[in-house]
Design a binder for this molecule. Sequence first.
Ligand SMILES: NC(=O)c1ccc[n+]([C@@H]2O[C@H](COP(=O)([O-])OP(=O)(O)OC[C@H]3O[C@@H](n4cnc5c(N)ncnc54)[C@H](OP(=O)(O)O)[C@@H]3O)[C@@H](O)[C@H]2O)c1
Length: 328
Amino acid sequence: MESNKNFNSPLKATLTGISSLFKKGERIEALSENDRLEGKKVIITGSSSGLGLASAKQIAKLGAEVIMAVRSGIPEKGLEVEKASGSDKVRMNYVDLSEFESIKKFVTEIKEQYGKIDVIICNAGMVASKARKTNSGLEEMFMVNYLSTYYLIRLMLEQKLFNEEGLTLPRIVIVNSESHRDPKAFNWDAFGKFEPYTMAKTVQLYGYYKLLLASFARELSRRLNQERVGLSVFALCPGPVNSNIAREAPSIFKPLLSLVFGIFFSSPLKASEPVVYFASSKEVEGKDFDYLFLMQRKELAELADDEVNAKKLWKISEELIKKQGVQI
Ligand SMILES: NC(=O)c1ccc[n+]([C@@H]2O[C@H](COP(=O)([O-])OP(=O)(O)OC[C@H]3O[C@@H](n4cnc5c(N)ncnc54)[C@H](OP(=O)(O)O)[C@@H]3O)[C@@H](O)[C@H]2O)c1
């Protein structure tokens, strides 16, 4: 796979992440006192750890009913969010984003238990040490970092789960990464095929799946907002976060990584700023699409913004899901 080589090894990815924190850009204003979320239902995937957990705490503080979509940490992470936020509106629902059946069950539960949703933050993600097969034979990192979000959002749209009757537009917030800029092209031949890989290729694939996710986010916004804006789609890169993302790194490197992460990377609380901004800010109300790197507005990479590739991606993602015998 051809890449721009900024994210083609764990070391380069770490150094690129650190240097990005020192680049100067125009920072947008954080939230105002009026950016509250009372009466809103907000789903956050991957909120058992790192960025998702910190975002859940902040969003609960703003008054939302927070639905933590997690595969671990039930109930202790929910209790942690309740304690940190003082909220009594913290819910937890199990979902394993590597399995279609689990995602489908989750969507059914959401419909039955909560009805319409105002905001979903698709945050869950992973860096795998090697290729692993899911029950459906797909590669786990491809499924968790890209296809699960496509499937989840398509199901929620199909089930009409977004609250389009509210005073504000519903929002889909996609946690992406600047590493989506690294791939030089889409690799259609490899799409959905299980190919073994090891740590040496992980970071490159991670960036590639973030490109797929960014392209999907952009296309989703184009499709949903053709004549008038009906549902906002926002994407962001939180910058390097001191989270558990490197949990599968070889144990020999872990002490060094935790030192580097602790010194140079942002705390999950600080990194949650753009997530919370997109979930709650009035400044972006009515927008069809927006992208933030940290708290700086940016354009997506040209490849992610390209409509022809995005349409192809939409179609082959749908075909791949149907090939698994799964209905959207
Ligand atoms: N850390 C960074 O430097 C950085 C930089 C740019 C973008 N990001 C993005 O930020 C997002 C959050 O990552 P993080 O840094 O906060 O890492 P993290 O601490 O490892 O959190 C990842 C979350 O995703 C969940 N998850 C992973 N696989 C899942 C599955 N199969 N089903 C359901 N949930 C699953 C994890 O659940 P468990 O706790 O159950 O494993 C966890 O809650 C990711 O999308 C990541 O790509 C991170």
